[in-house]
Structure formats: C-alpha cells, structure tokens
Design a protein around this ligand. Structure first.
Ligand code: ADP
Ligand code: ASP
Ligand code: MG
Length: 416
C-alpha cells in the first residue's frame, strides 16, 4: 500500500463527464489498496472567466478580492469530484485550502506555501476515505484566502505530496507527458520518458507551462517522485501500465536514458524589452535602474549593459509583458529624473526561445549551432543569456514559432 497524490488539470476536470472519469480512475487506484489524495484544478476556462468578471467591475482588481473570487473555481471542482466518488460507492471528503489548512504568505495572486497540516488528511485516509483538496489556494495568517499564481495547482499537489510524505505525485494533464517542446507548436515533438529535475526546472522557468515552476522546486527540495501523464486515456486501463506511462522527473543525471545533448526547447511568448539610453556609466547604475523595478515586485529576466561611449551607456532588460506598463511607469517616475537618462524606450513584441539540456555541460558548439540555425532562417537575435544547461535568445515575436520549429529540427529532437 502506498500513499499517492493525483493532480488533475482544468481540461481533465472540464465537464461532469470528465469528472466522472477522474472518479473512475481514482477509484481504481484506491481499489488496488492505495491511499489517495486528489488535488484538482478548476474546470477549464473557469479561472479565466472569473478574472474577466473581476476586470469588468474593476480594471485593476484588488488582489485580495481577486483571490477570494479566483479560488472559487477549485471549490466547485473538489465538491463535484467528491460527489462523483460518493456516487460510485467510495468514501470521499473534499476540503478547501483553509480547511486543511494550507498556510501561505500574504502575497495575493502569487502566494507561497509555508506549511501544510497533515493531521486531518491522515485521519481521513486511515478511515478509508479518498481526500480531495483544492489546488491553487491557501490561507494566510490573517485568515485571508490566497492563490498561488496561474497554474498553481501543480504546486499545491507536489507540496501536499511532500507534506504527507507520499510515495509519488502523479500530475494528470491533457498531454501524455513532457515533450521536447510544446506539442501544440511542433507536431512531431517527442515525449521524454524521463527528464532530469534540473532540466524540468529550466523548462518550467523558461515558459513550458506543463508544470508550474514552483511545483518543480518543491519536487526537488523534498525529493518527491513526480510523473506527468495523461488523464485522457481509458480510466480503467491496467494500473501497472498507467503507473509507468508519461514522463518521470528524475533526480539522477545518469538515469537520463535518452542521452541527447539538448532535451527540449522552451519558449515564452509574452516578453517585453526596455532600454534606458544615455545613462552615466558609473558604479551603482544597474542598482539605481533595477532597484525600483524590484521594489515594485516586477521580475527582471535578461539584462545587457552596453560598452560606454564618452561616459554614457545604454542599459536593456526584459520583463514579463503583463508587467511592462508597471515597469515603464516606475522608470518614468523615479529613474528618469534621478539618474538623468536620455530616453527610455520599450518593445512589447518580443519572445524568448531557449534550448535546454544537461548534456550541454559536456558539449561545446551548442550556442553556435543555435545561432547558425536562427541566422539561416533570417531571425535576428536581440539578446542572449546562458547558464550551464540552457541558452536563451530574445527575438521578434513574429518569428517565435519558426525559431522553435527550426531549432527542434536542427537539434534532431523529432520523433524517431
Ligand atoms: P493543466 O490544465 O492540466 O494544468 P496546462 O495547460 O497547464 O494543463 O499544461 C499542459 C499544456 O502544456 C499542454 O497542453 C501543452 O500545450 C503545454 N506544454 C508546453 N510545453 C510543453 C512540453 N514541453 N511538453 C508537454 N506539454 C507542454
Ligand atoms: N485554476 C488555476 C489556473 O487556471 C490553477 C491551475 O489550473 O493550476 O491558473
Ligand atoms: Mg497547468
């Protein structure tokens, strides 16, 4: 007998019929003698619908109230799934985050989990119940409902698995695993049987939304065996077969069977670039520009400072497109007058494409192959950033899909 956490995403919970299928699948695992905790997302489209409603009332919704609203989607899901299980004769109970409780900080709309009380859940499991806990939400010290950021149910599931010391966390979604790139963009993308934790962390942070980055961090920090697999298969398929399907996140590099230098290509469409021109080239300048941006809670990604000419330099960096207006506002209010920049310009039509692979550590020439491929397609690189296991480039958004497809081919990532 094992304790296993299942997570089902929005598509997997997308209709009452799908919820009944989730219940059949969960019941199969429970019948095999396992203790099961299920963490579902809201039904597909529901979180978007709720956020859109909020914006009709208040264009920049109050963050606390937005969390109060957005978290309701998951409450609907857990109750429906619990009913689906009860109606096929299983014992089940559903909880909202605050009832467990899943404690978070108070950063509304992007809260971080601080602790999870496992007592109530273990008691229910020991009483033979299937426990269903809302994804995406928690509660802060003041008793306010918080949410964990878009895609946050992945993080809820892995954190619950870590807190309960589960044997495995199974992330059921609308694809049958982690692919070399988003299969919706490259049709001959290949599923990976295993992906190392480090690669998954890079891919998630570079835009592959198949897993929320914090879920991968939890999996790494607490060594939670995590697998991504399909919820759209026959729910009554043999359990053994299902248990070995999908993609396993592995913690040991040498179990990385596929041995490719590049494991995958990640992309993020919604980037924005900001250039501060003609600033004095002196110590502290980067801090003076980026300090106020960080204080406004805007995440800065790629950064370039140019060679100085006659004591003046240009400074360019990227931010998520959704935060562009806020970043520009901060720069225009604070930085422009204080440091005497000649001008501040921006471009919101840029995207980031990255190649990722632990094999890069032992191979040279990956960057040049990447740059050659892009040049052959006539794609101009605006910025570059690298780490030991990834190379990212910023390009015009209209070439993003072309770049992903060309790189996928150039690095031989297609189906065998
Ligand atoms: P869920 O609702 O189950 O959480 P998401 O939509 O958040 O599902 O994530 C699954 C989606 O992630 C897939 O439908 C796919 O389009 C996208 N995706 C992006 N990159 C990858 C990748 N490398 N491998 C698999 N899926 C990917
Ligand atoms: N329902 C939330 C969202 O749409 C959380 C999730 O799906 O993981 O972002
Ligand atoms: Mg998701």
């Amino acid at each position: 007998m094992a304790l296993i956490v299942h997570k089902y995403g929005g598509t997997s919970m997308g209709s009452t019929e799908r919820i009944k299928n989730v219940a059949r699948r969960v019941a199969k695992w429970h019948d095999a003698g396992h203790q099961i905790v299920v963490v579902p997302s809201a039904m597909s489209g529901e979180t978007n619908r709720l956020i859109a409603l909020a914006k009709e009332i208040m264009p920049q919704p109050d963050a606390r109230e937005l969390d109060m609203l957005a978290s309701t989607g998951e409450q609907v899901s857990v109750a429906l799934l619990s009913m689906a299980l009860l109606s096929i004769g299983k014992k089940a109970v559903s909880y909202a985050g605050w009832q467990v409780p899943i404690k978070t900080d108070s950063a509304f709309t992007k809260a971080r989990i601080q602790s999870i009380d496992d007592a109530r859940v273990h008691k229910d499991l020991d009483a033979g119940k299937i426990v269903i806990i809302t994804g995406f939400q928690g509660v802060d010290d003041g008793g306010n409902i918080t949410t964990l950021g878009r895609g946050g149910s992945d993080t809820s599931a892995v954190a619950v698995a870590a807190a309960l010391k589960a044997q495995e966390c199974l992330i059921y979604t609308d694809v049958d695993g982690v692919y070399t790139t988003d299969p919706r963009v490259v049709s001959d993308a290949r599923r990976l049987k295993t992906v190392t934790f480090e690669e998954m962390l890079e891919m998630a942070s570079l835009g592959s939304k198949v897993l929320q980055i914090r879920s991968v961090e939890f999996a790494g920090n607490y060594k939670v065996p995590t697998r991504v697999l399909s919820s759209l298969t026959d729910p009554l398929m043999p359990l053994e077969e299902e248990a070995n399907s999908g993609t396993l996140i592995s913690f040991e590099e040498d179990t990385h069977m596929e041995q490719a230098v590049i494991s995958g290509i990640a992309f993020s469409r919604d980037e924005a670039k900001i250039t501060v021109m003609g600033v004095p080239d002196k110590p502290g300048i980067a801090y003076q520009i980026l300090g106020p941006i960080a204080d406004a809670n805007v995440e800065v990604d790629m950064i370039i400072q140019n060679q100085s000419v006659e004591g003046k330099t240009d400074f360019t960096f990227t931010v998520p497109r959704g935060e562009y207006a806020k970043a520009m506002d901060v720069l225009n209010k604070t930085v422009k007058e204080h440091i005497g920049a000649a001008s501040i310009t921006g471009d919101t039509k840029v995207s980031k494409v990255s190649v990722v692979g632990v094999g890069m550590r032992s191979h040279v020439g990956i960057a040049s192959q990447m740059f050659r491929t892009l040049s052959e397609e006539g794609i101009n690189i605006q910025m570059i950033s690298t780490s030991e296991i990834k190379i990212s480039v910023l390009i015009d958004e209209k070439y993003m899909e072309l770049a992903v497809r060309a790189l996928h081919k150039a690095f031989d990532l297609e189906k065998a």
